[in-house]
Design a protein around this ligand. Structure first.
Ligand SMILES: [Zn+2]
Length: 344
C-alpha cells in the first residue's frame, strides 16, 4: 500500500519552512529558506523555491502527494486560499492556494498559521483519545491562539483567537496594534526581554553578564537563564511571565472549556522553567474548578501539567499542521468543496 503524503508549508515573517508528512504525521523531509516579503511575485517565487528543493531532496516521485497545506500570518481568506495581507509583509491578496495547486497539480488549502498549528496538535499530538476541543496558544514575538471546538477550527468572521490583543493593563505599555496594555505588549518575548533590560540596567550582575555586559542586549532567553542561575529579579520576571501565560490559558478556558491547551511558539522552547511557572500560577487560578468529568477519567480535577502542555510538534507545529489539514481534513472541508481529495 502506498501511503499518502502531504506537503505542509509554514510561512513566517522572514522564513518559509516546508515538510513532507505521511498519514501518521511522520515528517519524511524538511526544508527551509528565506521568504521574500516585497511583492506577491517574489513571495511566491521564494515559497516555490523551498518546496521544489524539498521534492528534490526527498527524491521520490510525486504520485503519493495528496495535497498541499499552507499556514501564514495575517489576514487569510481561507475559503479562497488567498492571503489578504499582513502588517510586516507587502503582499496584497496573494492567491497562494491556487498558485500552489497549479504548480504541483494537487489540491491546496491555506489557513492562519496558529489555526494550522492547533490542527496539527489535534491530529498528530499523540493523544490517547481523539481530541475535539483544543486551544493552541503561541507565545513568541506575538501572542495568539488557535481554537478548535467540536472538531472544527473557530474562525469567527475574519479571525478569532487574537487573545494577544486583549488590553489587560489600563496603564500598561503601548501595543503595536495601537491599544495600551495588551497581553502581547505585556507578556510576549520582546516584552519580557525589555523588562530584562531594565532589570540588568538596575543592577542584576547575572543578567548583565549573560548579555555580554550590555544591558540593552538582554533577551527573554537571558531572563530564563538568569532565573535558572538563582537571580531573584529574573525569577520574579519568570513568575510574572507564568502568571500572564496562565491568564491566556484561563481566558481560552472560560470561553471554550477545551480538553487541553497546548502552548507553542518561540518562548515555549524555554521548556521546564516556563512551564513550572505557568503550572504554579494555574494551580492558583484553577480554570478546571467547575469540572465534572474529563477525558480519560472521572477525577473532578486534574493538575495543570496534564491540561496545559507544551507542543509535541515543536518548531514543526505550523508546517505539520498545514499538512494535517490535507491528511485529516477538517469536518466539512471536503463536503463544502474547500478541498477535494482523491480516494485511497
Ligand atoms: Zn494589541
Amino acid at each position: 500500500v502506498i501511503d499518502r503524503v502531504a506537503l505542509g508549508i509554514d510561512i513566517g515573517g522572514t522564513k518559509v519552512a516546508a515538510v513532507l508528512v505521511d498519514s501518521a504525521g511522520t515528517v519524511l523531509a524538511r526544508e527551509r529558506g528565506p521568504v521574500a516579503p516585497e511583492s506577491n511575485e517574489a513571495a511566491l517565487a521564494s515559497i516555490f523555491a523551498v518546496s521544489d528543493r524539498l521534492f528534490d531532496t526527498y527524491g521520490r516521485d510525486r504520485t503519493q502527494l495528496a495535497g498541499i497545506g499552507a499556514g501564514a500570518p495575517g489576514g487569510i481568506d481561507w475559503r479562497r486560499g488567498v492571503l489578504t495581507g499582513a502588517t510586516n509583509l507587502a503582499w496584497q491578496d496573494l492567491p497562494l492556494g491556487q498558485a500552489l495547486s497549479e504548480r504541483y497539480g494537487v489540491p491546496a488549502v491555506v489557513d492562519n498559521d496558529v489555526n494550522v498549528a492547533a490542527w496539527g496538535e489535534r491530529c498528530f499530538g499523540g493523544w490517547p483519545v481523539p481530541i475535539q476541543h483544543l486551544v493552541f496558544i503561541t507565545v513568541g514575538t506575538g501572542i495568539g491562539a488557535g481554537l478548535i471546538e467540536s472538531g472544527r477550527i473557530v474562525r469567527g468572521r475574519r479571525g478569532a483567537g487574537e487573545i494577544g490583543h486583549i488590553p489587560l493593563l489600563e496603564n500598561g505599555p503601548r501595543c503595536k496594534c495601537g491599544l495600551v496594555g495588551c497581553l502581547e505588549a505585556v507578556a510576549s518575548g520582546p516584552a519580557l526581554g525589555a523588562l530584562g533590560c531594565q532589570l540588568a540596567a538596575g543592577g542584576s550582575p547575572t543578567l548583565l553578564a549573560l548579555a555580554g555586559g550590555n544591558a540593552k542586549a538582554v533577551t527573554a532567553e537571558h531572563v530564563f537563564a538568569a532565573a535558572q542561575q538563582g537571580d531573584t529579579g529574573a525569577q520574579w520576571l519568570l513568575e510574572r511571565q507564568g502568571y500572564y501565560l496562565a491568564l491566556c490559558v484561563l481566558i481560552s478556558w472560560r470561553m471554550l472549556d477545551p480538553d487541553v491547551v497546548v502552548i507553542g511558539g518561540g518562548m515555549a522552547e524555554a521548556g521546564p522553567p516556563l512551564f513550572e511557572a505557568l503550572w504554579s500560577a494555574l494551580r492558583r487560578l484553577r480554570p478546571d474548578r467547575s469540572w465534572g468529568q474529563q477525558i480519560g477519567g472521572t477525577d473532578a480535577r486534574r493538575d495543570p501539567s496534564e491540561y496545559a502542555v507544551p507542543t509535541r510538534l515543536g518548531a514543526d507545529a505550523g508546517a505539520v499542521g498545514a499538512a494535517a489539514l490535507v491528511l485529516q481534513p477538517e469536518a466539512g472541508f471536503v463536503e463544502e468543496g474547500i478541498i477535494s481529495l482523491p480516494s485511497r
